[in-house]
Design a protein around this ligand. Structure first.
Ligand code: SAM
Length: 216
């Protein structure tokens, strides 16, 4: 008798512990072995991972890596990604600074997203901000020439500080010039924090910068 049972639903392509990669493995074995390509799209501080999941689904020919400092968020995201069966997306538990400085290779990132980094409003906490003077060269090193850096913040004093850093850098070109940023979101799904900020009617600054060729 032929088996007439319905074909079972497709199994997830990866297990959560395959989606979650170790930073040391990326450093030692390289992005081809761990992520599937020598160049990939990076999201820093992905939170609930809705954006990077959507991007990876929409662009199956590209590889994606998300980095998050919250272990819980990384573990949750790995389970969600495995359940959704997204084969071209990996997540790593690390600080962005460590990943950028010690793990990723130069010119390995083809695009980078940083949405709503923690604003740390108190002056004495500004040194905890992700976008600060020392981090810019780390980002510039891993972004390949032509790569787009997308940034968003709802905290306008932080937007001013980001503008000061990026506008003064010879390594990046502002795609919204002569405006420092745009008020219009790029074509992508809204992130969890963004939805909250939009519901509160807050103004959001969206930056798009292109990594330039290094000048001698
Ligand atoms: C305000 S939330 C925004 C989350 C998400 N991007 C969104 O828009 O909904 C900031 C996120 O960045 C993560 N984060 C903060 N500092 C980080 C760092 N140094 N490296 C990596 N992730 C970081 C936090 O754990 C948190 O998930």
């Amino acid at each position: 008798m032929p088996d007439t049972r319905a074909t079972p639903l497709a199994q997830p392509v990866l297990e959560p512990d395959e989606v979650l990669v170790e930073s040391e493995a990326i450093r030692q074995r390289g992005p081809e072995a761990e992520l599937g390509a020598s160049a990939f799209v990076l999201e820093i501080g992905f939170g609930r991972a809705e954006l990077i999941m959507e991007l990876a689904r929409a662009r199956p020919a590209q590889c994606f890596l998300g980095v998050e400092v919250s272990r819980k968020r990384v573990q949750k995201a790995a389970r969600r990604i495995a359940r959704a069966g997204i084969p071209n997306l990996r997540v790593v538990h690390a600080t962005a600074e460590y990943l950028l400085e010690r793990v990723l290779r130069a010119d390995s990132v083809s695009e980078c997203w940083i949405n709503f980094p923690d604003p740390w409003p108190k002056k004495r906490h500004h040194r905890r901000r992700l976008l600060r003077r020392e981090v810019l060269p780390l980002l510039a090193r891993v972004l390949r020439p032509g790569a787009i850096l997308h940034l968003a913040t709802d905290y306008l004093p932080y937007a001013d500080s980001i503008d000061g850093l990026l506008a003064g850098s010879e390594l990046f070109d502002n795609l919204h010039a002569p405006e420092p940023w745009s008020r219009i979101a790029p074509q992508r799904c809204t992130t969890a924090y963004e939805q909250e900020f939009l519901a509160e009617g807050r103004a959001i600054a969206y930056f798009e910068y292109k990594r330039l060729e290094a000048r001698e």
